[in-house]
Design a binder for this molecule. Structure first.
Ligand code: NDP
Length: 334
């Protein structure tokens, strides 16, 4: 079995991750850690979790805990990952992995030194739709990919309009929240790495303190693909989607930039329009399943620490580009 501690009494843990861990044959949720004793207790009562704590160190000292799921606000990811690695725990950390590239690098190095798995919870690459898109592109179904477009402008649910819209120190703003997912999904689907970006952002009234609640950007990949992204917190009625256009075909995926196991894919080519079969499956269950295999069989998790680093690097470059009005190179150390 793999004993888990949840670090953060968060919405994502509540809505998706407790179930995703418990769906595994060998997954046990042993403890929840929160800065607030009351929040930890409420969370534990709701999910029937035995142990609650406000002291991460004491939970990390528990030898029955093998892994931690870190879903605190983003500025806490660094110290919590470093502490968990030092205690020899395997780590599934939420995105953005950190708030800066040097911080993300420290986390990767600490986990490597401790010999523990570090995974980033970029769930979208676990979607059956995105996996199918990657396979079809690899199989040459659209020829050489030239362009991609990501439609990820959504309405931030009212219960999430907290730190995301007013706390820069916690990594608020649409780019670190949503664009980082686009970057990771495009890297995965295209099997390519971002080279440079340009972006313009908007603050349409929802985000405060100079944070952006909308962004449009362009990412150039090392295989020559140009990708367009559109992300927002303020758009209630737009469908989400991802398109990849190549020399011999176009893949059009609708309703795929989502937490739900949903969406459709269409392949357009000289053969006409073809609906692609997708075997939908809960994204978070797939992520935890791959994490368990990483811990028990030494396989790679769905998204590694390095993936978290690279997708973060792209998001930070988008933020810088929007701020400076310039194109920004995406630097890669890994
Ligand atoms: P929440 O705001 O729900 O939780 C984040 C932290 O805020 C919690 O750890 C908790 O701190 C604190 N908190 C929760 N409720 C309250 C409250 N009522 N009053 C004061 N503080 C509270 O964030 P999310 O679950 O939306 O996001 C958490 C992390 O997960 C982020 O890194 C985010 O980017 C990521 N995320 C990833 C998703 C994915 O699909 N991969 C989807 C959504 C989020 P404490 O731990 O001290 O109790």
């Amino acid at each position: 079995t793999i004993g888990w501690a949840l670090v953060g009494a968060s919405t994502i843990a509540d809505e998706w991750m407790v179930d995703a861990i418990r769906t595994q044959r060998d997954g046990i949720v042993k403890a929840v850690v929160s800065a607030s004793a009351q929040r930890a207790r409420e969370f534990a009562d709701k999910h029937s979790i035995e142990r609650t704590s406000t002291a991460l160190e004491s939970v990390l000292a528990d030898s029955s805990i093998d892994a931690v799921y870190i879903s605190s606000t983003n500025e806490k990811h660094l110290p919590q990952v470093i502490a968990a690695a030092a205690a020899g725990k395997h780590i599934l950390c939420e995105k953005p992995l950190a708030l800066s590239q040097p911080d993300a690098e420290k986390m990767i190095e600490a986990c490597a030194a401790a010999g523990v798995v570090l995974a980033t919870n970029h769930h979208l690459r676990c979607a059956a739709t995105h996996r199918r898109l990657r396979e079809l592109i690899r199989a040459g179904e659209i020829g050489t990919p030239l362009y991609a477009r990501v439609f990820h402008a959504v309405s931030l649910p009212p219960h999430l309009r907290g730190w995301r819209i007013d706390r820069k120190d916690a990594g608020g703003g649409v780019v670190l929240d949503i664009s980082v997912h686009d970057a990771d999904t495009l890297r995965f689907v295209l099997d390519a790495e971002p080279v440079e970006v340009m972006a313009m952002s908007a603050s349409s009234g929802m985000a405060q303190a100079g944070l952006a609640d909308g962004v449009m950007g362009i990412i150039r990949f090392d295989n020559g693909v140009l990708a367009q992204i559109h992300d927002a917190f303020t758009v209630p009625y737009a469908p989400t989607g991802l398109e990849v256009h190549g020399t011999a075909g176009s893949l059009i995926a609708r309703d795929v930039m989502t937490q739900r196991a949903a969406g459709e894919i269409e392949l357009r080519s000289e053969r006409g329009v073809q609906a692609i079969d997708v075997d939908h499956r809960n994204l978070y269950v797939t992520a935890v399943e791959q994490f368990h295999r990483a811990v028990s069989a030494g396989e790679a998790p769905a998204a590694t620490g390095e993936d978290g680093f690279r997708s973060l690097a792209t998001a930070l470059a988008l933020e810088q580009s929007a701020e400076r009005g310039e194109r920004v190179a995406v630097t890669r150390q890994f």
